[in-house]
Design a protein around this ligand. Structure first.
Ligand code: FAD
Length: 517
């Protein structure tokens, strides 16, 4: 019964699934708790992984610190490049672009963020582009990068998702995680009142049985344990996020990798471009109600450079989250728990949060319902704020060239997001939320970038006369420009610090040859 904690202590952990989620969880649990628990991971090569998920955000450094990974070794093992943010092209309107960078823009005051001073400066003709006051942004657009001390440049990575999984697998096995290959054909549960009780074990197609006390469901969108076996429902957010399909394709690199992700809007969705050291990840995310799969595929292939290394694959999804992500002795992490489209590269971050939250709330003396409730509360709060931030990109747009964009612009959005947008529109103020992944600088960059124009800004900015405000803004802009000039080119930095070997040629020849350049 759900109200009674399982009295028995936990000894055997079973991670079900060996995608990015499964191996991140294996690595983290083995590193932090591996001396006390037996950890096994089951995966099926025949089923395989989703095989996408290559752009990250800077929070990943925290996981790598926990695991004590060597940065250079990790980069070389995963063909990684550096990422300073995302360039949003055609989002505000066709042919209008903006950048959402990591790091900070300018310097604020306790009364008001930097953008208030910038707005005042612009009114008086003293300010240039908002991005000129951000080092990460200028460095990205100049194609420069270096590792600077003391967080001098905030960055994340682009990497090969499959290689990342293999890297974490070696790491986890080195710490004693036992991997079992096989397809799960049956899930065993205790009898419960009015439904299945705790999960006791799994039977693989080989006949092998894997028993455990605690299960982490990392089976991807199938959600084999939490969704299928325990029957936990799924809350869809498609009323706010109309895209329900993706097509992904890899191409060979034709030029130097840029240190940012590109997100290019189309009349029915958007396209990503993620450069690795020797290849590029591309894909489109689209609404199947607004464009056919064939048309989306044609638009994708018309918009990539270099040899296409594999036929595009279609992936169907429903944006949303399971009603709860922890029930009984099962916690779902990764795609098994829910899905938000990769617009702000947040899925790997959510896996990491699921993992660190699990370690923080790990059952002390058997499973306890208040721990479960707290886990579910935190999980919901963090994904809902990210969801709202993604909805913002669609909703605040000046595009009206297609039914898709008109629908996004005219839709009702969640109440708290509506408040955040209206507050910014009225007074340029930002509504902070404790623990929110995206802080003021992210929201401001996207709100301004998508074309929101605040009607007013804080009066503190008028305490400065023209020379004072001009010096303040000019000083920051010059510091940024000077710092950018000292940075090497991104490609040159990789070449010197962490060049990865060119991967062995694929067994099959490239299937298509398009847009050579
Ligand atoms: P999967 O990779 O699907 O792994 C599931 C595992 O479960 C596999 O090992 C499978 O074999 C196993 N399994 C399932 N059923 C069984 C069974 N019956 N028996 C045995 N084993 C089983 N995230 C980002 O952070 N950045 C991005 O840029 C990004 N881009 C994305 C683009 C797209 C189009 C999509 C769809 C997702 C993207 N994501 C991105 C999300 C990211 O891909 C996932 O969060 C990540 O790959 C984790 O997937 P997973 O491990 O949960 O699932």
């Amino acid at each position: 019964d759900a109200m009674n904690p399982t009295a028995s202590p936990i000894r055997r952990l079973v991670i079900v699934g060996g995608g990015t989620a499964g191996w991140m969880v294996a690595a983290g649990l083995a590193k932090c708790l591996g001396r006390q628990y037996e950890i096994r991971l089951v995966e099926s090569e025949e089923i395989g992984t989703v095989g996408v998920g290559e752009a990250t955000i800077p929070t990943l450094h925290f996981l790598h610190e926990i695991l004590d990974l060597d940065e250079k070794e990790f980069i070389q093992a995963t063909q990684a490049t550096f990422k300073l943010g995302i360039r949003f092209e055609n989002w505000r309107d066709v042919d209008q672009h903006y950048f959402h960078s990591f790091g900070h823009t300018g310097k604020g005051h306790w009364t008001a963020g930097f953008h208030h001073f910038w707005l005042e400066g612009r009114k008086r003709g003293l300010a240039s582009d908002y991005g000129d006051y951000c080092l990460e942004l200028r460095a990205a657009l100049d194609n420069r990068f270096a590792l600077l001390p003391d967080g001098g440049l905030n960055y994340a990575y682009h990497f090969d998702a499959t290689l990342y999984g293999q890297y974490l697998r070696r790491f986890s096995e080195g710490l004693g995680v036992q991997r079992l290959e096989g397809k799960i054909v049956q899930v065993h549960t205790q009898g419960g009142e009015g439904g299945p009780g705790d999960i006791t074990g799994l039977t693989l197609d080989s006949g092998v049985r894997v028993d455990g006390d605690f299960f982490i469901d990392c089976t991807g969108m199938r959600s084999l344990l939490l969704g299928q076996t325990l029957g936990v429902g799924y809350e869809s957010w498609s009323q706010w996020l109309p895209c329900d399909s993706a097509l992904a394709v890899q191409t060979a690199s034709v030029g130097e990798p840029v240190p940012y992700t590109r997100s290019i809007a189309h009349p029915w969705g958007w396209q990503w471009r993620i450069p690795l050291q020797h290849r590029v990840g591309n894909g489109v995310v689209f609404s199947s109600r607004h464009v056919s799969e064939d048309e989306a595929k044609a638009a994708l292939l018309a918009n990539v450079q270099g040899e296409v290394l594999r036929e595009p694959r279609v992936i169907k999804f429903t944006p949303g989250q399971r009603d709860v992500v922890w029930r009984r002795n099962v916690v779902a992490i990764g795609l098994a728990s829910g899905f938000l489209e990769p617009l702000e590269s947040t899925s790997i971050h959510l896996i990491q949060k699921g993992l660190t939250r699990l370690i923080e709330l790990f059952p002390a003396e058997g499973i306890c319902q208040t721990d479960i409730d707290e886990y579910n509360r935190q999980a919901r709060e963090s994904i809902e704020h990210i969801r709202d931030f993604i909805i913002l990109h669609y909703h605040v747009t000046q595009r009206s060239d297609s039914a898709f964009w008109r629908q996004c612009r005219d839709m009702d959005v969640p109440a708290f997001l509506q408040h955040r947008i209206q507050l910014f529109r009225d007074s340029a103020r930002f509504a902070p939320v404790a623990g929110d992944l995206f802080a003021e600088n992210s929201w401001v960059q996207v709100m301004l970038g998508q074309g929101l124009q605040p009607r007013s800004h804080h009066p503190i900015t008028r305490q400065m006369d023209n020379p004072a405000l001009g010096d303040f803004l000019g000083g920051i802009r010059k510091d940024v420009a000077r710092a950018v000039m000292k940075l090497p080119r991104h490609q040159q930095f990789i070449q010197q610090f962490c060049p990865a070997p060119r991967p062995a040629a694929a067994a099959e020849p490239p299937v298509l040859r398009l847009n050579p350049q």
